[in-house]
Design a protein around this ligand. Structure first.
Ligand code: MRU
Length: 418
């Protein structure tokens, strides 16, 4: 077990028929099924984004760039007129950006490709397409490099024998590779500084319980899962030295959108005197938004809260059972006739069977409010850990944030005393 055993989240390749494709680990089914999805069209990538098969702000940035590049390499390759190419590319980028509203990286990824295309109209169309693809591939490589760099900056902030708490999944799976909040934890662990990690389950989609818990186990890092409502008492017991989370959008004043429940943790940290760190690449900074009140918060399907989803495998325990399941799935996925609104679909997976189930927990007719993110006020954040350095809320904060965002090379000094 090692950090290097965590698979890459998404990558560009060809499917067996030689067509270009975006590949991704299907995060809706992890950790009990490790399916890899391949998308041969940009709208397939859009579907995967909406369904959370690929998720996490930095991964969404690269997925968005890949989606536009995939369009360019498929439908776009049929277009011969540059204006038509650029117009259609803009429409595709808009469609990609409409998949989820909160993580700014999605907009950053699609816009970076669009800006590049519009800035190179002197090229021939084949050369422009090659440039677009190369940019998307570069973004995937940059993502890992950024995470490793911010991991170094973040690890330097943590004390020896550190007990950390994290929320949602800001791990390798939320990026192309290595992670942001977990990138800091992985780096600190390699330096021998991590004693224990508390993993918030992160209802309703359980990114913590399913994805972060899995990554930490694969990496061999001592950790324990808690339900979200247990964090306060774990802190009061003195078992948390730092909270580290990721971010979906950081505004000019430091207000930060992240997975629902993050704000509560920041308030708890203030009460208990625990540092609260946000680890995010500069692509998560949005200087066009002054404060958190203007961030669009995604509301998701009430079903996420009404019940829970489980995916897994089974192997029939007798020849008779095997024959029965073969028969049931002979014509494709078999929907088990469950009562009370529960749902289960069984399908063949190699020599075994996979199941995707949704179990309803609430009584019928209950009203549901299901925001996917909340906003933590900047003043509750001890520091932002980026690939360009550590930024603290102080009088020069907005200037430092702007310089970090523009990648101007103005690194903020690490101030380990505060
Ligand atoms: O809805 P999700 O799973 O995309 O939400 C993910 C988060 O909120 C993460 O904490 C955030 O994107 C940072 S990932 C490095």
């Amino acid at each position: 077990m090692a950090i290097s055993d965590i698979p890459k989240t998404l990558w560009w390749d060809e499917t067996e028929d030689g067509r270009p494709a975006v590949f991704m680990v299907d995060q809706t089914r992890l950790p009990l099924q490790g399916d890899v999805l391949s998308c041969n069209s940009y709208d397939g990538v859009c579907l995967a984004i909406r369904a959370l098969a690929v998720r996490g702000a930095p991964a969404l940035g690269v997925a968005a760039a890949f989606a536009v590049a995939l369009w360019s390499e498929t439908e776009g390759a049929e277009i011969e007129d540059i204006n038509e190419y650029l117009n259609r590319l803009t429409e595709v980028a808009d469609e990609v950006m409409a998949t989820r509203p909160t993580a700014v990286n999605l907009f950053w990824g699609a816009t970076r490709i669009r800006t590049l295309a519009f800035g190179n109209t002197d090229l021939s169309l084949p050369d422009l397409r090659a440039l677009v693809l190369q940019e998307a591939l570069n973004m995937a490589v940059e993502d890992e490099a950024r995470n490793r760099q911010l991991g170094e900056f973040g690890a330097a902030l943590l004390p020896e024998n550190c007990k950390v708490l994290t929320h949602c999944n800001a791990g390798s799976l939320a990026t192309v590779y290595f992670g942001t909040a977990l990138g800091v934890i992985f780096t600190a662990f390699e330096q021998g500084k991590i004693e224990h990690v508390w993993v918030d389950e992160t209802r309703p989609v359980n990114q913590g319980g399913r994805l972060t818990a899995w990554e930490l186990r694969v990496a061999g890092i001592p950790s324990a899962l808690i339900a979200d409502n247990m964090a306060a008492s774990v802190m009061r017991n003195g078992w948390v030295d730092a909270v580290i989370v990721g971010a979906d959008r950081i505004c000019a004043n430091g207000d930060t959108a992240n997975k629902i429940g993050t704000y509560g943790l920041a308030v708890l940290c203030k009460e208990h005197g625990i540092p609260f760190y946000v680890a995010a690449p500069s692509s998560t900074i949005d200087l066009t938004i002054g404060d958190g009140s203007k961030i669009v918060i995604e509301e998701r399907d009430p079903r996420e809260l009404e019940g829970f989803t489980v995916s897994g495998f089974f192997e029939p325990d007798s020849a008779d059972a095997s024959r029965a399941f073969d028969l049931l799935t002979a014509k494709g996925p078999y929907e088990v006739p469950l009562t009370k609104g529960h749902q289960m679909v069984i399908d063949r997976k190699g020599g075994a069977y996979g199941f995707d189930a949704w179990f309803k927990m609430t009584p019928p007719g209950v009203d549901i409010y299901n925001p996917a993110f909340d906003v933590t006020p900047g003043e509750l954040i001890t520091a932002f850990i980026t690939e360009r350095g550590v930024i603290r809320p102080e009088p020069t904060f907005e200037m430092t944030l702007a310089l970090t965002c523009m990648g101007s090379g103005a690194l903020h000094e690490l101030d380990l005393e505060r």
